[in-house]
Structure formats: C-alpha cells, structure tokens
Design a binder for this molecule. Structure first.
Ligand code: GLN
Length: 539
C-alpha cells in the first residue's frame, strides 16, 4: 500500500511548492524508495495545452503524450524519472469524467454532488497515481483559501482515514515576510493559513517557511507553537543560488526525520553525493560558454523552462556556466543576426507556434550555417532549417512551412493527412481538424544514421526515444534535393524526417522532437549535451 505526502501552499502563490515537493521526493528516492509524484491543478481547463505560455509558462509533455503543467517537468528533472498522464489532473478533468459517467447512467439515478461524487473521483485519481509506488508526493496547486481548492482539500482530508492508504503526511509551504520598518519577521500570515487548513480538518505536520532571511531559533519555536507542530518540523527555505540546492539544504535540516517517524520509513540515509557535486559545479563552474537563445516569448522565460533547465544540467556535467544571451527573433528582423548573435559561441532556435518572429529565426539559422557557428534547432527551429536551406542554398524562392504560408510554392514543412500514433492507430490531421487533437504528442522512436552527430551524441545508439509536440512535418518530396545539396536526413521515425544535419558544418543539428523534455540534473539530454560541448569548443 502506498503512503502519501501532501504539499499545500499558504499565504500566496509562487513560493516554490513544486520545487519543495520535488525536493522531498528526490530525498526519498535517494533513500531507496519508489516515489511517484502528482500535481493537482484546481483550474477548470481540461489540460494546459491550450493555455497561453505567457500566462501559464511551458506546457510539459509526458512520455505518453499528455500536455501537463510545468511542475511535472520539475519532478522529472529532480527525480530522474518519466511520469505519465496520471501524474497531473485538473478540476476540468475531474468534472468531465463525473459528468460523462452520469450521462452514461453510471450513477443509477443518484443526485450528483461535490461530496461524495466529485471528491470521490479526486480520491480515486490520487490513488491511481499512487499505485505501485511506495510513496506518492502530491502537490496541490493554488493557495489555501481558494474556492477551487476546497474539493481537493476535502479529498486529502478524507484520505487520512482510508483503509487503502498506508499513511499520510501534510506539509504546508508558506511565506515569512520581513517587515523592514519594524525590522521583524512576521508569522501571522502563516498562522492564519494554518488556521484555515485546520478549519477544513487538516493539521499540517510540517511547515516549510520561505523567507529571504534566516529564521532565528526563537522565531522557529514560536512558529512551531502557534502552528501546532514540533520545532523540528519547521524547515526554512531561503532563496537558493540554484533550485537543485534545495534538497540538500532540506536534508541538512533533517527534514526526513519527522517524515520517516510519521510514515514509519525507518532510518534514512539518502545518497546525495553525485547530486551535490553537480550542484557545486552549477554554483562555481570552471568554464563558460555563451548560447544565443532565439525565441519569441522572451518576456516570460518560463515558457522555455525545460530548455533552460536542460542547459543548466549540461553545464553541470561539463563543469561550465551556460550563459544564455536572449535574442528576440523579431529584433533580428530589424537589426540583423550578426548584430545580435555575433558575440555568442553558438545559436539555439527553440520551438514555437505562429508566424511572429519566424523570419528572424530564419536569419539566425542562415547566420549560424554560413559562419559555421554550432547550431541546434528544436522543433520549429528544425523545420525552419529546411526552409532556410531551400531558400538560400537550393534557390527555391518563397519556400516556407504551410503553417506560415498556405500557398507557398515550396512547402518544405507540410501537414500530412494521417500518421500512426503511439498506439499504432491512424490519426487524421488536416487544416480543418480541431486544434489540440491534431498534434503529434509524446514519445516516438527515431532511427539514427551511422556516423551522424545525432548518433554520436547518443553514444552510437541506433534508435533513440524523444518526445514530440507539433502539428507539421518535414516534406519528404524535397529530401533528395536537400541531401544532394548537403542537408542530410540523419534521423527518421516511421518514415517521418526527424533530424537533419549539414555536411561539412562543424556542428549543425535540427531535431523535430523536444530533447529538453527528457533532461534531468543527473541525466542531461544527449543532444543538448553534445550541443553545449560544441559551444564550449567553438572558438
Ligand atoms: N509550429 C510547429 C508545428 O506545429 C512547431 C511546433 C513546435 O515547435 N513545438 O509543427
């Protein structure tokens, strides 16, 4: 039977609840347990796939093709594991399945209510996510007191008394503000949010106190008393130099002791040695390289979360700081690529949707190709390498992706009518098919060509597995023409073009998949690692 750790948030959002949950999970995993993770999102959207990355940050894609909250990415990067669809659900999903069952007559005429039906569905989903794991860490999105959060609170309260649950532990993450005028740390907001939790029937057993300043012993004691927890159960979480340092700082405060005591886990000695070495290299690396990161949502870097994190992982493994030079693709259109990318060791064009900034990305690719600068193009960044090559090397005027020009005379990137999905079923994709249902999502195999950059990056692996999130594909009609002129297809997935390289260029790789989704601190993604290496070696 599974034991459950619930992480709730108080006072305000953005306190790093996700990182807290991931850190606790990491320490337990390194103690030898099979740890699962679950993020519950109280919003009504059925999934974050259609939410603006500006508002919501990145959409993270799981191996089995679910579009999930970016916190799932944090879990995977910390725990070095692949989680599935069941690791994230929303209010929208809960209501959809209850309503669907009601329409199908599944409730035999009962009146459907929040309690017991909605709450029951939530409990079932939490248990499903916990199945097969020793411990499931559950992060509840939002803040205590939110109206949307109530059914979830009720569900986790009920789980305390569930015979199918081997144990529960409640962690509350809150803010301890420092009021400058008074020169004091304030515990009142935390007291209020704990009171609110207790009103609902949940008594947190641990307080994780986010604070800019260290908490004096006397203050911790006071906080413990007023929140009704043991003083050992007040853990401080100060601003860290890197998020990957947090598990280690928690461990130093003996965070596992009370958890182990309550959940009867025995004596825990997590092995964090390798982790610690990597963290030290993130904080104080020997070398440095500058990557020109070309994208469009630069106002909100959270939209590229997995990618920026993967650069940190690769840096840690190569003992180098990967400095990102953020370059807005629209600015390239105005000022030219040389002006904005001239000082970079390498160029990275990230994935994206919509036509804004596309021409700037093409200029960046042309610059990297002509100046023999290491280049990695991801998804849209790969598709545009074909467009650039077609226009500037093959001389195919007006070449484009049909995403940006439906009537282009040379559709280098096009929409295929059907393709085999992950389960071997046929998927239809045309301009008319509804958004969302038409993306190629999740993990697919990619067969690599001997001697290619991509195969070398994966240590000679002939078949690699990476995740996808895109609608359009490279058009094979142009393959022969491209290859004759030096752009070689080096990776294929069931006949679809997956990766391209340029003969004679020191390091040029376009990948249709999103390598960043499989990068973890301890297991950096091989394509990105090889790219950063090339960037470091570039003169
Ligand atoms: N817009 C492109 C497509 O849909 C690329 C998507 C992406 O970069 N994730 O195929």
């Amino acid at each position: 039977m599974t034991k459950y750790i619930f992480v709730t948030g108080g006072v305000l959002s953005s306190l790093g609840k996700g990182i807290t949950a991931a850190s606790v999970g990491t320490l337990l995993k390194h103690s030898g347990f099979d740890v699962g993770m679950l993020k519950i999102d109280p919003y009504i959207n059925v999934d974050p796939g259609t939410m603006s990355p500006l508002e919501h940050g990145e959409v993270f894609v799981t191996k089995d093709g679910a579009e999930t909250d970016l916190d799932i990415g944090n879990y995977e990067r910390f725990l070095d594991a692949s989680f599935l669809k069941s690791a994230n659900f929303t209010t929208g999903q809960v209501y959809s399945s209850v309503i669907e069952r009601e329409r199908a007559g599944g409730y035999l005429g009962q009146t459907i209510q929040v309690i017991p039906h909605i709450v029951g569905e939530i409990v079932n989903r939490i248990k499903l996510a916990g199945e097969g794991h020793d411990i499931l860490v559950v992060e509840l999105g939002g803040t205590v007191g939110d109206i949307e959060g109530l059914p979830f609170m009720e569900a986790i309260r009920q789980m305390k008394h569930d015979d199918e649950v081997a144990g529960t532990f409640f962690i509350h993450v809150t803010l301890i503000p420092f009021i400058k005028a008074a020169g004091e740390l304030k515990s009142k907001p935390t007291q209020h949010s704990v009171q609110e939790l207790r009103r609902i029937g949940i008594t947190p057993q641990m307080i994780i106190a986010r604070s800019e300043n260290g908490l004096p012993k006397t203050f911790k004691k006071k906080l413990a008393m007023s929140c009704d927890v043991h003083p050992d159960c007040v853990i401080e979480a100060l601003d860290a130099k890197t998020i990957y340092d947090i598990p280690v700082t928690f461990l130093r405060q003996n965070i596992l002791k009370p958890i182990s005591k309550e959940l009867e886990l025995g004596e825990l000695n997590p092995d964090m040695e390798k982790w610690d070495t990597l963290v030290k290299r993130i904080v104080q690396p020997k070398e440095k390289t500058v990557v020109g990161f070309v994208g469009k949502y630069l106002e909100l870097k959270e939209a590229y979360k997995s990618l920026t994190e993967s650069l940190i992982h690769c840096g840690a493994h190569l003992d180098a700081r990967v400095e990102i030079n953020w370059v807005d693709s629209e600015e390239i259109e105005e000022k030219g690529a040389e002006a904005l990318l001239g000082d970079c060791d390498s160029v990275l064009v990230a994935g994206g949707f919509g036509s804004r900034g596309v021409e700037g990305k093409i200029l960046a690719i042309q610059y990297a190709r002509e100046n023999r600068v290491p280049y990695l193009g991801i998804c849209l960044g790969m598709q545009l390498t074909l467009v650039e090559y077609a226009r500037n090397v093959l001389g195919l005027e007006g070449a484009n992706s049909i995403e940006f020009d439906e009537n282009t005379p040379h559709p280098m990137i096009y929409l295929i009518d059907n393709f085999l999905d992950q389960n071997g079923g046929t998927q239809l994709r045309t301009h008319e098919s509804p958004m969302g249902g038409t993306l190629r999502l999740g993990e697919y195999p990619c067969d690599t060509k001997d001697g290619s950059i991509i195969q070398n990056a994966y240590n000679g692996e002939k078949t690699i597995y990476e995740r996808h999130r895109h609608r359009y594909e490279a058009n094979p009609t142009y393959r022969e023409q491209l290859e004759k002129a030096g752009m070689i297809v080096t990776g294929e997935s069931n006949g679809l073009i997956e990766t391209v390289e340029i003969e004679g260029h020191p390091w040029f790789l376009g990948v249709q998949f999103h390598p960043e989704f499989t990068s973890g601190l301890q297991t950096p993604n091989p394509s990105i690692l090889a790219f950063v290496k090339a960037s470091l070696e570039a003169e």
